[in-house]
Design a protein around this ligand. Structure first.
Ligand code: PMP
Length: 356
């Protein structure tokens, strides 16, 4: 009954989305602040009659609005139902193992190996440096490769590489193979490589409205690239589902794309929260990786990551823990409001000061 190919798949495990009990939810890097006022007014005035009709399969207006905000033409923008979907299309479109394995960091977004298994793409993970940064020179030295994928800032570490380092890689990597840079968290202090698209035909940038645009529930993700790559993504989409982005999501996304100054303000606040929370943890002797994202990857002295996760969960605070050798001492803490971080710090203090 069940196809053989499914029996060998190990699906991605998403962060918990608890229903019922109220948690301080710092486990899936959602934005603690509301979407822009323009999003609320779009939702209030959206004409339900439009839902009778299929949406624009090309997402023309939405792609135009995003392109305008980035200095790109709409033909350089692809829109999908969350960046997970866009990534999946990109893996199918660009990585086939023809020239060797797809290269990715040892620790990065854990969905990438799942797409590889789903599509039968061979892949190879390259170790991070001791300080958890991505060593891009290792990707050039690795020999055969059909492409490269990494998140920048990386997940779950939050550590970023510079645009100059990526440019150096692009200049030396074969031009007929795609380098995919997942910029899900770039608005929190990373350097976007969108300005490099002009020079590099084989660069694809993926982004999302789930984090810095406070729209995780709307499911909107994007890819930016040169025409042949964007056309290839359309060919995958149109072989799979013609209308992945619904009419309401297109309208809301267009409003969010035009509300840049509101988002710059709330994301600035999140960066400030991250800075003060990181210093508070460092003062308490924690190991905190330098983050350019809306989360911190943290290890508390003398406690495993699992213990930290379980202790906080009992007290109504959810953080993310990965039971993966090499990073299992850490938890990933999304930045909430200052008040939420104050409560979390209070719990950590109560715990570490109490006799065990
Ligand atoms: N890329 C990275 C690095 C992520 O952490 C996430 C969030 N889990 C995504 C992509 C997917 O985000 P979404 O599907 O909500 O756009």
């Amino acid at each position: 009954m069940i196809a053989e190919r499914l029996k060998h798949l190990k699906p991605y495990t998403a962060g918990e989305q608890p229903r019922g009990r109220e948690f301080i939810k710092l486990n899936t890097n959602e934005n603690p602040y509301p979407p822009a006022p323009e999003v609320s007014s779009t939702l209030r005035t959206f004409d339900p009659d439009l839902l009778r009709l299929y949406p624009d399969p090309t997402c023309g207006e939405l792609r135009g609005a995003i392109g305008e905000s980035l200095g790109l033409g709409s033909e350089n923008v692809f829109a999908g139902n969350g960046s997970d979907e866009v990534l999946s299309f990109a893996f199918y479109a660009f990585f086939d193992g023809a020239h060797g394995p797809l290269l990715m960091p040892q620790f990065t977004y854990s969905f990438y190996p799942v797409y590889c298994d789903f599509y039968g793409i061979p892949y190879r993970r390259l170790p991070l440096r001791e300080d958890f940064s991505i060593d891009l020179s290792a990707y050039l030295a690795a020999g055969q490769a059909s492409g490269i994928v990494f998140a920048n800032p990386n997940a779950p570490t939050g550590v970023a590489v510079s645009r100059a380092e990526i440019e150096h890689l692009l200049a030396r990597f074969p031009k007929d193979r795609v380098i995919l840079v997942d910029e899900a968290y770039v608005d929190y202090g990373g350097e976007s490589v969108v300005p490099l698209l002009r020079e590099h035909e084989n660069l694809l940038v993926v982004s999302t409205f789930s984090k810095s645009r406070a729209l995780a529930g709307m499911r909107l993700g994007f890819a930016y690239g040169n025409r042949p790559l964007i056309d290839a993504l359309f060919a995958v989409k149109d072989s799979f589902n013609s209308y992945p982005v619904d009419a309401l999501a297109q309208a809301v996304g267009t409003a969010a794309a035009r509300a840049g100054s509101y988002y710059a303000e709330i994301n600035g606040r999140i960066i400030a929260t991250r800075r003060s929370f990181a210093s508070a943890l460092l003062e308490r002797g924690a190991q905190v990786l330098p983050s350019s994202a809306n989360f911190l990857f943290v290890s508390l002295p003398g406690r495993t990551g699992r213990e930290v996760y379980a202790h906080l969960k009992e007290r109504g605070i959810l953080v993310r823990h990965f039971e993966i050798p090499g990073i299992s001492d850490f938890v990933r803490i999304s930045m909430g409001t200052d008040e939420q971080m104050r409560i979390l710090l209070g719990e950590i203090d109560r715990w570490t000061n109490s006799p065990s």
